[in-house]
Each structure stands twice: as structure tokens, then as C-alpha cells.
Design a binder for this molecule. Structure first.
Ligand SMILES: CC(C)(COP(=O)(O)OP(=O)(O)OC[C@H]1O[C@@H](n2cnc3c(N)ncnc32)[C@H](O)[C@@H]1OP(=O)(O)O)[C@@H](O)C(=O)NCCC(=O)NCCS
Length: 163
């Protein structure tokens, strides 16, 4: 049985494992080992994830398949009319089954006040770039995200939410 549900602090360890698997699969060879390790050990530490999961303004949702979290999204409002997708990960074994699209739909529905959505996706992350483009995002700009003293080039995705 599968379902989409909000994630809470009690999901932190399972979420950490999911993010580790997805990060290594997505970014090995694309980002340096030190950027990957810093992200996993600092940005996605138990403490950082708990802060996010406990933030009442943040939206964390997971796709649960057979009792196991196999995909996740996190998002929040960054100004009164703009939402930002912070993370979107589906286990490699469960990709291309529509899970990412359903997670995106749920995040968009969670913030009915949002008139537009934005995100950053690492340059060279072909899956992520294709997925967001298919969903309706354009890439009007680029930015550098600093991680562990390195500047990681990213595309800035934007989408108007017509509602
Ligand atoms: C990006 C990601 C979340 C998509 O999740 P998903 O569940 O596989 O996505 P869906 O099955 O809903 O795909 C929807 C559409 O996106 C596009 N898409 C998805 N994966 C793709 C891929 N590997 N290559 C090309 N297009 C792709 C397709 O158009 C697809 O529709 P289709 O299968 O009918 O052709 C998933 O591939 C993933 O976790 N990737 C690694 C992490 C990542 O890049 N996250 C985003 C950056 S933060």
C-alpha cells in the first residue's frame, strides 16, 4: 500500500537514510566529495533535519510504500506570495513512477497563497532539471550556492502558479 503523508520528527532517522542514499546517487561525480560529506554531515545532520521537521511553517511530506519512506519533498514560503521547494528526492529504485510529481502537487496545494514557485537545481543534474522542466518550471537564471567554501553552480527554476 502507498500513501503520501506529512513527515514529523519521528521520521528523522528514516529521512536521513533516504537523503543519504539519494544524495550519493545524484551527486557522486557531479560535486566534490567534501561538498557531499559536508552536506550529509552538517546540512542533513539529525539536528538540522529535526529543526526543519519541527518548523511549523515548513512542509515536509513523504511517499510511503509498504511502510517505508521512498520519496520526500520539503518546501516553504519565502515571501508572502512565493514558495520555494527546498528538497525533492525519490529513491533510485522508485523513480519514474509518478512519485515526484505527486509530491510536487502536494507541496503546491499546501501553500494556496503562493502565486509562484522557485527552486535551485545543481547544473549537470539532468534528472532534476528534466523533471522540473516537465512540471512547468523555466530556468531564467543561475546562482552560486556556497557549500564548504566551494561555489556550486545552480540553475534557478521559476514557475507561475495560475490560480
Ligand atoms: C527528480 C526526481 C525527484 C523525479 O522524481 P520521479 O518520481 O522520478 O518523477 P516522476 O516519475 O513524477 O517524473 C515526472 C516526469 O519528469 C521527467 N523525468 C523524471 N525523471 C527523469 C529522468 N531521469 N530523465 C528525464 N526526464 C525525467 C519525465 O518527463 C517524467 O515524466 P514521464 O516519466 O511520463 O516521462 C527524481 O528523479 C530524483 O529523486 N532525482 C534525484 C534527486 C534530484 O535530482 N532531486 C531534484 C533536485 S533537488
Amino acid at each position: 500500500m502507498s500513501e503520501l503523508r506529512r513527515l514529523s520528527a519521528k521520521d528523522v532517522e528514516e529521512l536521513r537514510v533516504l537523503l543519504r542514499v539519494c544524495w550519493l546517487d545524484t551527486y557522486t561525480g557531479l560535486l566534490s566529495d567534501s561538498v557531499i560529506q559536508t552536506t550529509l554531515n552538517v546540512w542533513q545532520s539529525r539536528e538540522s533535519l529535526l529543526r526543519g521537521l519541527r518548523n511549523p511553517r515548513a512542509y515536509y511530506a513523504g511517499w510511503v510504500d509498504g511502510g517505508r519512506i521512498v520519496g520526500m519533498v520539503s518546501a516553504g514560503m519565502i515571501d508572502p506570495t512565493k514558495m520555494k521547494v527546498f528538497q525533492m528526492y525519490v529513491l533510485p529504485s522508485h523513480q519514474r513512477k509518478g512519485i515526484g510529481s505527486r509530491l510536487m502537487d502536494s507541496a503546491v496545494q499546501h501553500f494556496p497563497q503562493a502565486r509562484s514557485a522557485t527552486l535551485e537545481v545543481t547544473e549537470g543534474n539532468a534528472k532534476g532539471i528534466s523533471f522540473y522542466r516537465k512540471y512547468g518550471f523555466d530556468y531564467p537564471g543561475t546562482t552560486l550556492v556556497e557549500i564548504d567554501g566551494e561555489r556550486v553552480p545552480c540553475l534557478v527554476g521559476k514557475m507561475d502558479l495560475h490560480r
